[in-house]
Design a protein around this ligand. Structure first.
Ligand code: SF4
Length: 390
């Protein structure tokens, strides 16, 4: 990526590799969650050790299938889930050693972990810093106990009350949180109070999401049975439109639909998904994209440990996939470079024509091969992406 004095301009980068590792266990399965995860209460998972052994086995299998992986430099590692902070830290430490022994790491490799409030403590962050983790994201969602109950999330009052202080004094400086809006029963001011509370702490990264109704979740069943209400769409649109200006005034860059960062604090790993960079996915329910192929692991920890490497690789189809990721970016990117690298000629023409029509409609700006959405596109984004993929 090239750093301009004004703003980072994203460009095609595919000589690096990211690694995502999925730890599937949580204290409790939240009602709205459609990630592969299982609630197991307090205490470690019974199969923790074997799961981490399988992670190694899978990584080695992927390398033997794609020997070229060895020539890639790892610049991001992301421990996600599930709740990876629930796993014994020593196991993450060993796994980082393993990865370092198998791959070449960049000097400034970003190593992130997702942490849930119940696990967060100054000690945990100290240990993470010592083992080389240099980015932490905490799934807060809301500080409102009624909202947390509505979401079916575990709530530990003491931990929620102390988490801001713990993050302010974190030895790891790349810290962020997730906050959610549109939870039925909560209004705009509930969300903005939470946001102000964390903005006052100067955290460098904020993911601000709207609650969505995902098929197959407890929440969607409850809505169908009229036990719960759908997300508050009117409130969601209002908040979505208010955030860019508010966050900009506070010194944050709006770099993806739901993500804001102080300059230089963007999630390098998540940017890989949006800029179509390759990544190795490890663990049950993980997905990967390597050398023009995608794969998905079984969403079942037992099955995964019995048969770690799902052999099915599907060819990536950039003609239909590129738009789904790239046009979620709200920071500028070199659109011509992406289009020319990934698309066939008829699709290049279609993309360029559509992008020019967006510019005429005042939805984006184009200059010297650089594309950037305008705020006017925000509420239309899903339709616009559909328009360019057709
Ligand atoms: S803690 Fe996160 S991953 Fe686990 S169930 Fe809740 S939302 Fe899903």
């Amino acid at each position: 990526m090239k750093q301009s004095t004004e703003e980072t301009i994203w460009q095609v980068r595919n000589s690096f590799l990211g690694i995502y590792v999925h730890f599937p266990y949580c204290f409790k399965k939240c009602d709205y969650c459609d990630f592969y995860s299982e609630g197991i209460g307090n205490g470690p998972a019974n199969d923790e050790l074997s799961l981490f052994q399988t992670y190694q086995k899978e990584a080695l299998n992927r390398i033997s299938h794609f020997p070229n992986l060895k020539n890639k430099t790892i610049d991001t590692v992301f421990f996600g889930g599930g709740t990876p902070s629930k796993a014994t830290t020593k196991l993450w430490e060993n796994f980082i050693h393993f990865l370092r022994s198998e791959f070449e790491f960049a000097k400034d490799t970003e190593i992130s972990i997702e942490v849930n409030p119940e696990d967060l403590s100054p000690n945990l962050l100290d240990t993470y810093a010592k083992i080389g983790i240099n980015r932490v994201n905490v799934g807060v969602q809301t500080r409102n106990p009624i909202g947390l109950e509505y979401l079916g999330r575990h709530y530990d009052k003491e931990k929620y009350d102390s988490l801001r202080d713990t993050l302010i004094h974190s030895p790891i400086k790349r810290v962020g949180i997730d906050l959610m809006y549109g939870i039925p029963g909560l209004n705009e001011s509930d969300f903005f109070n939470d946001l102000e509370y964390f903005l006052d702490a100067g955290l460098p990264h904020l993911s601000l999401y709207s609650l969505t109704l995902e098929k197959g979740t407890q929440y969607s069943r409850d809505v169908k049975d009229h036990k719960k209400k759908e997300p508050e769409e009117r409130i969601q649109s209002e908040i979505l439109l208010t955030l860019p200006e508010l966050m900009e005034k506070k010194g944050y860059r709006w770099y993806e639909v739901s993500n804001y960062a102080k300059p230089g604090f963007e999630s390098k790993h998540n940017l890989k998904y949006w800029t179509f960079e390759p990544y190795l996915g490890i663990g049950p329910g993980a997905h990967g994209m390597i050398e023009g192929h995608r794969y998905g692991n079984p969403r079942n920890a037992n099955l995964y440990q019995k048969k770690p490497q799902e052999k099915k690789y599907e060819e990536v189809t950039p003609n239909s996939e590129l738009a789904l990721t790239l046009f979620r970016l709200f920071s500028p990117f070199r659109y011509l470079e992406f289009i020319q690298t990934y698309l066939d000629v008829p699709n290049q023409t279609h993309y360029i024509q559509t992008i020019h029509s967006w510019e005429k409609r005042g939805l984006c700006s184009l200059s010297d091969g650089v594309f950037q959405w305008k705020k006017e596109a925000l509420l239309l984004l899903d339709d616009l992406i559909l328009e360019i993929t057709n």
